[in-house]
Design a protein around this ligand. Structure first.
Ligand code: UGA
Length: 436
């Protein structure tokens, strides 16, 4: 099939590349000329495991092309994916100006039938708005469908190629059939393509992300309470998660959820509730609890050092909001860095992928180390913010020898309490019995 993808951010690029992988002819459009030129030369502009291999293969095969021309993209594709940014508009709602701006152009340009697919995470009612904006100028038939993405950063290629479900919001039989045909190769395992109306599809995305964010937040509250009463959240988590109604996944407590999706989507759903005169009291709590959780290690660090962090140096392992990405948007590490700097502390940081992004933000306010062990030389203590695999089995002897105070503050609960006792290191984590 002939497909166009408008917007080559993280979602657009993964969508375009993976659709080319099943033999479709894909044109990806972006207004950034420099980026388009680089992509034509085979350069992947984001870090996403396995994307480079698929990218190269499909460019070589001539199935994946790039353009700066919206008209070219619209002429090429029978199905047009809109993968445009919907940033926070400053008031916690999704800014639709990119989506509606491009829709306006689409109405003026298209000359034959197209399926316009909303892939961006957009508030309920957006498909309707897109439909109306295109219809203002369109001289041909078209359909607008909602097809939210459920890709996790770091696993996006795998999630796209083997989705647990595809959600399609469509009220046109013709568009539905084309979408089913497009996605057929991805659901051979028997996982469902779920067809519903556009509004329900739009809400499914927000509801799914908000539910997961709430699940994590609930566990973070249980963890905080465990610390008060001397229970161990790891045991509680396993005890709860084995109930298949609850499930084991997304129950890991820590220093809060971050990234470009959960924080933005929970706020956007909360705010769209307000617009419809509905108060999502639970989401309000999720937002507040998560914000506080990001700095949950700070009082523990202060207590350990008798409230005096002035000129203490801390090593930080992990800056990205989660492993396998260089994304630092809403990363808990940033909130911890700010608090430490405000308290007069110094920081030596290491992250396998995200150091450049953090350095762009902080300049020389913090220092960066080439390796995880360089980061712990001559520091007072170690703080872990992201659960990269490389941090899971470190050389504890090296840690012991380097730290001036024999203590690790772990925001991701990477180590067993008993192992840390054997290693003779003070170990302060989240929701476990030795919490400081
Ligand atoms: C999330 C969803 O998982 C995807 O399904 C969705 O498509 C995507 O948002 C999106 O809307 O685009 P992502 O933000 O990439 O994906 O990351 P997750 O792996 O879901 O993690 C989100 C945050 O929750 C991270 O900060 C992670 O550290 C935290 N988390 C996750 C926990 O604190 N505990 C857990 O048990 C799981």
């Amino acid at each position: 099939m002939k497909i166009s993808v408008i917007g080559t951010g993280y979602v657009g690029l993964v969508t375009g590349t993976c659709l080319a992988e099943t033999g479709n002819e894909v044109v990806c459009v972006d207004i950034d000329e420099n980026k388009v030129q680089k992509m034509r030369n085979g350069e992947v502009p984001i870090y996403e495991p396995h994307l480079d291999v698929l990218f190269e293969r499909n460019i070589k095969a001539g199935r994946l092309k790039f353009s700066t021309s919206l008209s070219e993209g619209l002429e090429h594709g029978e199905i047009i994916f809109l993968a445009l940014p919907t940033p926070d508009d400053g008031d916690g709602a999704a800014d639709l100006s990119f989506v509606l701006g491009v829709s306006e152009q689409i109405g003026k340009i298209i000359k034959d039938y197209k399926v316009i697919v909303d892939k961006s995470t957009v508030p309920v009612g957006t498909a309707e708005k897109v439909q109306a904006v295109i219809a203002k100028n369109a001289i041909c038939d078209f359909d607008v469908v909602s097809n939210p993405e459920f890709l996790r950063e770091g696993f996006a290629v795998d999630d796209f190629l083997k989705p647990e479900r595809i959600v399609i919001g469509s009220s046109s039989e013709k568009a539905t059939e084309l979408m089913k045909k497009l996605y057929k190769p991805f659901v051979r395992s028997g996982n469902p393509i779920i067809i519903m109306d556009e509004k329900s599809a739009e809400l499914t995305k927000y509801a799914a992300n908000s539910f997961l964010a709430a699940k994590i937040t609930f566990m973070n509250e249980i963890a905080n309470y465990c610390e008060k009463v001397g229970a161990d959240v790891d045991k509680v988590r396993i005890g709860m998660g084995t109930d298949s109604r609850i499930g084991k996944r997304f129950l890991f407590p820590g220093i809060g959820y971050g990234g470009s999706c959960f924080p933005k989507d929970v706020k956007a759903l909360y705010n769209s509730g307000k617009e419809s005169d509905y108060n999502f009291a639970m989401l309000d709590a999720v937002i507040k609890v998560n914000q506080k959780q990001k700095t949950a290690l700070i009082p523990k660090i202060k207590a350990y050092f008798d409230n005096d962090l002035q000129n203490k140096t801390f090593a930080i392992w992990g800056l990205a909001f989660k492993p396998e990405t260089d994304d630092i948007r809403e990363a808990p590490s940033l909130y911890i860095i700010d608090e430490l700097l405000n308290n007069g502390a110094k920081i030596k940081a290491f992250d396998p992928e995200a150091m450049e992004n953090v350095s762009n933000k902080y300049g020389d306010k913090i220092s960066f180390s080439k390796t995880m062990y360089d980061a712990i030389t001559n520091v007072d203590a170690l703080i872990i913010c992201t659960e990269w695999s490389i941090f899971r089995t470190p050389d504890f002897e090296k840690i012991r020898k380097n730290l001036k105070s024999q203590v690790i503050f772990d925001g991701r609960n990477l180590y067993d309490i008993q192992d840390m006792e054997k290693e003779q290191l003070d170990y302060i984590s989240i929701g476990r019995s030795n919490a400081f």
